[in-house]
Structures are given as structure tokens and as C-alpha cells.
Design a protein around this ligand. Structure first.
Ligand SMILES: NC(=O)c1ccc[n+]([C@@H]2O[C@H](COP(=O)([O-])OP(=O)(O)OC[C@H]3O[C@@H](n4cnc5c(N)ncnc54)[C@H](O)[C@@H]3O)[C@@H](O)[C@H]2O)c1
Length: 314
């Protein structure tokens, strides 16, 4: 069976990818510096290397594990960090990714599946946003995620290293960071479970496209075999407002229904959802977990792992 190296495999999405790979019988290794990820997120059946993807030690990881293919999910994921310290964001997301690509080339890996983001599009000019939408990222994070897509194309053209780019919408599910910087589902769930009122910025009418992490993990596994040289949105193509989302989480958890309203955040995108037509056509993939079911599973997991919420992972 093929050997798959998952960068960022101790993180939220990466750890679900690792589980999905193991379930399919792949040999899996994780490389992660544990900056936001956790060692306990990595199943014992996967080999673990604690290593910064920017460090020279990464070469020894490739030499030791000899991966056939790479799933590259390690990144500096916080938009606010990217705005405050764009060099740090670029170091991990651009230079770190380039390091992974160079080693993939030198160690003759055949394919790399890359976790990109809807952040590459910036403010939607039309909805749903498809892959042909102009790319005008409005954060250093969006720029760094997109820059790697160019390198991937170049490595395929020059060196025959195949790739698949997956641009995720808003991913949610168990193990997501619930600190202020985390995803809105994790933040709301954490607040409600700890008896604190959730905070809504603006009127709560802003919309997003929420996709369950296990559906995202499944696409990563499929992309090891299909979608050669392609760029795909990974989304449910469904628009949900923050108010609707909160209502669904409140239905699961209960509570007083109290909400704190704060001023709208400057630059916040009003409406966003992504077309998944290309993904469905190429991979014959459909999101299997609807929002209500996904939220139920997420809340149940957050309840079980009580120690991890309210602290966040940062
Ligand atoms: N969560 C979302 O909604 C979302 C949306 C779009 C794209 N993405 C992308 O998905 C990927 C996974 O994000 P996530 O939400 O699971 O975040 P996460 O922070 O849980 O996962 C990132 C992982 O990378 C590791 N990491 C960070 N810097 C590293 C370095 N220098 N060397 C080695 N490991 C390093 C972290 O420790 C962590 O385990 C990222 O590439 C992110 O850009 C996430």
C-alpha cells in the first residue's frame, strides 16, 4: 500500500485526513511542529515526526519514511496573525511549502494534495464563487495560500510532480480550535457549553458555506488518485447565515438564548458560498453530512473532550 506523508496531521483537518487514510489501509506518517496541533490528535497507527516544515530536519523525515505521495495541510492558519506578522505567515506558508515541494521532487514523490482556501478569492464578485472567479486575496494569508498554487503548477510542468489543489470553504467539526481565532462553529459551541453568551459581529446576516471536516478528509483521500493537475473548491454550495448557524447550535445545546452584539468587523465579507460542481463532477463526491448532523456530532465531541474547550489550541 502507498506511503502517505501528511504535513499538519496533528491539526484539526489533518488529523481527520490521517484517520481517513488509515481506514483505507494506507501507511501514514505525520510531520507537525505542534504549534497549533496536538500530539494526541495523531492515531497511534501513524508514524509521528515532530518537525517544523521550514527546518533542515525535514529532509531526514523524507529519507526515513520515503513517502510515495504528500498531503500538505500544515500552515499558519490565522488571518489575524498574517495581518500582524505577514513575514511569519509567508515563512511557513510559502517558504515551508516550497521546502516540502523541493523534497517531494528530490525524493521522487508522485503527487501532492494541497489544502488551499476560499481566502484566495477575496471579496466575491458573484455567487456561488467558482474556480474561474478572479483571485484578489485581501489578507497575507490568502496571498500565501495562493502563491503555493503557482509553485505547484510550475513543479508539475518542470518536474512532473503531480498535484491537486483543494480550496476549502469554512470547515467545522470535532477538534477545531475554539479560541477567539478559531472557526465560528467551535467558538459558538465552546461559549454555549461553558455557559457564556455567544458574540455576533454586525447583524448576523453574513453568510458562509460550512462543510463538515470528515467530508473534507474524504476528498483528500480521493485526490490521491484523481483530479490530476486540478484546482477544486471543496464546499457544500450552501449559504448559511451566522444567525441561522447559531440557532442550530442552540437547538443542540440549549441555554438562555442570550447573544452579545458587537460592531461589524471592518472588511468582513458579507456573503460567501462556493460552487462545488467541478469537485462533484470529477470525484463523484457529495457532501454526506448535512449541517444539522455535523453540528450534532461536533457538539457531542466537544462535550466529551471538555478539557480542550475554552482553552483553544494556540
Ligand atoms: N479550517 C478551515 O476552515 C480551513 C479553510 C481553508 C483552508 N484551510 C487549510 O487547511 C489546513 C489545515 O488547517 P486547520 O484548520 O486544520 O488548522 P490547524 O492549525 O488545526 O492545522 C495546521 C497544522 O499545521 C501545523 N503546523 C503549523 N505550522 C507548522 C510548521 N511550520 N511545521 C509543521 N507543522 C506546522 C500545526 O501544528 C497544525 O497541526 C491549512 O493548510 C489551512 O490553511 C483550513
Amino acid at each position: 500500500m502507498e506511503r502517505i506523508l501528511v504535513t499538519g496531521g496533528a491539526g484539526f483537518i489533518g488529523s481527520h485526513i490521517v484517520e481517513a487514510l488509515l481506514a483505507e489501509g494506507y501507511k501514514v506518517a505525520v510531520v507537525d511542529d505542534l504549534s497549533t496541533g496536538k500530539r494526541e490528535n495523531v492515531p497511534s497507527a501513524a508514524r509521528f515526526y515532530q518537525c517544523d516544515i521550514c527546518s533542515p530536519e525535514l529532509e531526514a523525515v523524507f529519507a526515513d519514511f520515503e513517502p510515495d505521495k504528500i498531503i500538505h495541510a500544515a500552515a499558519q492558519v490565522r488571518v489575524t496573525v498574517s495581518l500582524e506578522k505577514p513575514q511569519i505567515d509567508a515563512r511557513v506558508n510559502i517558504l515551508g511549502s516550497l521546502h516540502v515541494l523541493e523534497l517531494a521532487r528530490r525524493f521522487r514523490c508522485s503527487r501532492i494534495v494541497y489544502s488551499s482556501s476560499a481566502a484566495v478569492y477575496g471579496n466575491p464578485q458573484y455567487l456561488p464563487v467558482d474556480e474561474a472567479h478572479p483571485l484578489n486575496p485581501i489578507s497575507p494569508y490568502g496571498i500565501s495560500k495562493h502563491t503555493v498554487e503557482h509553485y505547484l503548477h510550475m513543479y508539475r510542468e518542470l518536474y512532473g510532480l503531480d498535484y491537486v489543489v483543494l480550496r476549502y470553504s469554512n470547515v467545522y467539526g470535532p477538534r477545531q480550535d475554539s479560541s477567539g481565532e478559531g472557526g465560528v462553529v467551535a467558538v459558538f459551541t465552546d461559549r454555549l457549553l461553558t455557559g457564556k453568551p455567544p458574540v455576533i459581529y454586525g447583524d448576523g446576516g453574513q453568510t458562509r458555506d460550512f462543510i463538515y471536516v470528515k467530508d473534507v478528509a474524504r476528498v483528500n483521500v480521493l485526490a490521491l488518485k484523481a483530479g490530476s493537475g486540478g484546482i477544486f473548491n471543496v464546499s457544500t454550495q450552501t449559504e448559511t447565515s451566522v444567525n441561522e448557524l447559531l440557532k442550530l447550535i442552540q437547538m443542540e445545546i440549549g441555554g438562555s438564548g442570550e447573544v452579545i452584539h458587537e460592531k461589524e468587523r471592518p472588511g468582513e465579507i458579507r456573503r460567501s458560498f462556493l460552487s462545488n460542481r467541478e469537485l462533484v463532477r470529477t470525484f463523484n463526491w457529495h457532501p454526506e453530512v448535512d449541517l444539522k448532523t455535523g453540528l450534532r456530532e461536533t457538539v457531542a465531541e466537544f462535550r466529551k473532550s471538555g478539557s480542550s474547550f475554552s482553552k483553544g489550541q494556540g
